[in-house]
Design a protein around this ligand. Sequence first.
Ligand code: IVH
Length: 672
Amino acid sequence: MIEKTPLPASVRARELRTQLNHHNYRYYTLDAPEILDSEYDLLFRELQQLEQRYPALKRADSPTQRVGGEVLSAFRSVTHEMPMSSLGNAFGQKEMEEFERRVLERTGLQSMKYSVEPKLDGLALSLLYEDGILVRGATRGDGFNGEDVTVNVRTINSIPLRLQGGDIPQRLEVRGEVFISKQGFNDLNRKQQTAGEKSFANPRNAAAGSMRQLDSSITATRPLSFISYGLGVQQGGERAQNYHQLLQQLSAWGVPVSPEAKVVEGVDGCVAAYADLVERRSSLPYEIDGVVFKVDSLELQQELGFTARAPRWAIAWKFPAQEATTRLLSIDLQVGRTGALTPVARLEPVEVGGVTVSNATLHNEDEIQRKDLRAGDMVVVRRAGDVIPEVVRTVEKKRPDGARVWVMPDHCPVCGAEVVREADKAVARCSGGLFCPAQRSEAIWHFASRKGLDIEGMGGKLIDQLVQQKLVTTPADLFQLDADQLVSLERMGERSAENLVAALQQSRDATLPHFLFALGIPEVGEATSRSLAHYFGDLDSLMETTTDELQKVDDVGSVVAENIVTFFQQNHNREVIEQLLQAGIHWPPPHHQEESPQPLLGKSYVITGTLQGMRRSEIKESLQSLGAKVTGSVSGKTTALICGADPGSKRAKAESLGVPVLDESELQKLLT
Ligand code: IVH
């Protein structure tokens, strides 16, 4: 039975929504928070609990909507009540003068004031507010019909779910640009790469891709921002007289507007404003591709009206394209620290927007094929702000005879090991993890890490030194180190050297799951290592197994199975393993591992928040030793969420999916 909502609960929920929306605005739009994150989380949780207990309290403007979670099968189409027009372009002062001449002629005036703003390089968005509440978000589409992306729009923190202040029109359509900052873009691509996912070519593509996600919880993780540049429909409320007042009004309602906006007079003012933004372009936190000038008077805007495609009262003065044509000398492969192979274009040096470019990233094999780039081609290179230069396209007409289609080599250019490519991923990897010089430091670090052989004191800086001085080339060499060699290293006293030798000795006493993790087989993490050890019992059987057999193991699909088989096929990897065993690394025989009861087999848990009694890693190990899986994100398959103090969004997700939430005492019961 649904509990009837008592009045105080609804009053409190409203209070919480107002407070949370206010703090959200202070944090994301003004960059001036008034409370601590932990205080925010506390309020957030209180609201979530109220909404969970009394579902009737859920509202469209509730900040709990921002975590996303709704998964659509397709976006609905939206017809814009007023078409979303595009802008005419100018490419220089002469064209700006022509624009002004047309404006003055049509209005019969002698001079004109313009509002100036940067032209953000993202995508246009329409936000519909009814009685101040965000009820719909839509993309521009073809200007007449767009897509309903409301669930994704709600995850964008700087977009108010409810307008603040007074005098709010009954219906108001706010228009603006959704975009990703330069910093957000670089962080996002790093994350994508680490996860073996495709990186985005530029911030615009990243923003567009994020808005087109059917799973709004993915959109929620993307660093999207929004800046408004005008209105669509408005019903009720006062109307501003000019554009700069409109921006002030929007800002007072809590809608972000450009901090760079200003009013100038005539073409001279426009030219100065343009020059100013050209100069500051690289120091702005987001990409811009020009400057937009709008007749400031809204009455005159109305008088000037629209052509078939664009307003007569506005123009975008575009920056000259930061593009140049040059020869693609070769396509080389770079081997990253984790074995990821990234093709790089070596170019005949060329100046693009004042910088000499001789290398450009090509992202991955698919991209090269899509653009059909071949060594020897003349290619167009683009540089966008601080972003790494990219090859946009080839000039096919100028292709030299005999230019060959590029294919990903079968073997790593650094170590010669086989290259593996995961079926559903864009990234190709070198499979010589244990001996590839490009991956040496990373492989050793992974080997020595806590989830691996847990060699205390073996940190990244020390490993870099050992590798650089060629004291160590594979993890097996670690076990040949003696205190005298270690003492010769920087910042290494006798005592620490001895401790390290002792730690190495201790680490020889390993477990099979830890050893398997330490090998660094692509995509074989802690849980998979554990399942493999449990299934095969000993290393030899695993090393000789087939992909078919491997897929019977919990957690192992065709991709991981392929990685494992390829890894053990590499003779060099086998040699290193042999050396490690000879160095005395050992683990308990199989029956010990199989004896322990596994009452939680098949169950899957997620841990969040701060737990008082036990460290998170200890809880994880205990659960795993009982056969459970511990994963990082809540899904419909999660058995329960183990929740300490100050949980983040995971608790909300669990509650929205109906996944049980266990506190510490319930956890204890589970473990005993
Ligand atoms: S005004 C009717 N202002 O540029 C005028 N647009 O090329 C509507 N854009 O579709 C647009 N920054 O997505 C305007 N400050 C700005 C803008 C801006 C970026 C985008 C917008 C528009 C496109 C036109």
